[in-house]
Design a protein around this ligand. Structure first.
Ligand SMILES: [Zn+2]
Length: 81
């Protein structure tokens, strides 16, 4: 896995099991950028479980965007006073 910032090689600094796969913490060998990856076998998640997880992810993403919009609106009101 190459660094998303500079495209150089990365090293795994931590690995943790998670449902259906492994989560790895990686660090760029050049720019020290850190990021996480998830490794799982294709087909590891049963399709009904995948649909359930996708629906939950969508709900959480919508809630996060809504919350960010509320914060942005609050900041805009405060800034424009
Ligand atoms: Zn890098």
């Amino acid at each position: 896995m190459n660094c998303p910032v500079c495209a150089c090689e990365t090293s795994v600094v931590d690995s943790r099991p998670m449902p259906y796969g492994i989560r790895r913490r990686r660090k760029c060998d050049v720019c020290t950028n850190k990021f996480s990856t998830v490794e799982m076998r294709v087909g590891a998640i049963p399709s009904e479980e995948f649909a359930r997880l996708a629906a939950r992810f969508y709900q959480e993403a919508v809630a996060l965007v809504t919350k960010n919009n509320e914060i942005e609106n609050s900041v805009n009101k405060w800034v424009t006073k």
